[in-house]
Write a protein of this length. Structure first.
Length: 156
């Protein structure tokens, strides 16, 4: 049950932080910041807030702007969500997409198919007939839906 509450509170924090950054943050350096995830400690005292910007590397001035905006954001969260105690906000640049891209490239390299080639997957691969790899048999492929026709004859 505690985990369910933690997930609900994290979702509320995520939604409200995204709204605050979009509509109420006065600092122009925060204009391109997207909140990607919020993780809470079990006691709901600390919230690790992951963010991304449009650039691949986090600009140092964005981290500084987030640190400066933290008291404002935390106060607004407390007032809006009506929590008994508002979690301490700790911002971290989200490196998960970059890590996933590196792992994907390493897997394709190990298979001998370069990323970006047809059949090699990756962001530039074609996603149509002949592009991408077919799923392995029984690997999540759903059976076709049942047919509900009466043999194609018109009975009317």
């Amino acid at each position: 049950m505690g985990e369910h509450r933690r997930d609900r509170v994290a979702h509320l924090l995520h939604h409200e932080l995204a709204r605050l950054l979009l509509r109420e943050a006065a600092d122009p350096r925060l204009a391109g910041v997207t909140i990607t995830a919020v993780q809470l400690t079990a006691d709901l005292k600390i919230a690790r807030v992951y963010y991304r910007t449009l650039s691949a590397e986090p600009p140092p001035d964005v981290a500084r702007a987030l640190r400066r905006a933290t008291p404002f954001l935390r106060g607004q969260l407390g007032r809006t969500l009506g929590m008994r105690s508002t979690p301490e906000l700790r911002f971290a640049f989200d490196t998960l997409p970059d890590t996933a891209r590196r792992v994907d490239a390493l897997l394709h390299e190990a298979q001998g198919t370069p990323v970006g080639t047809p059949g090699g997957g990756g962001p530039d691969a074609a996603a149509g007939p002949g592009g991408g790899a077919a799923p392995a048999p029984g690997a999540g492929a759903a059976p076709p839906p049942p047919r509900h026709d009466d043999g194609g004859e018109d009975r009317g």
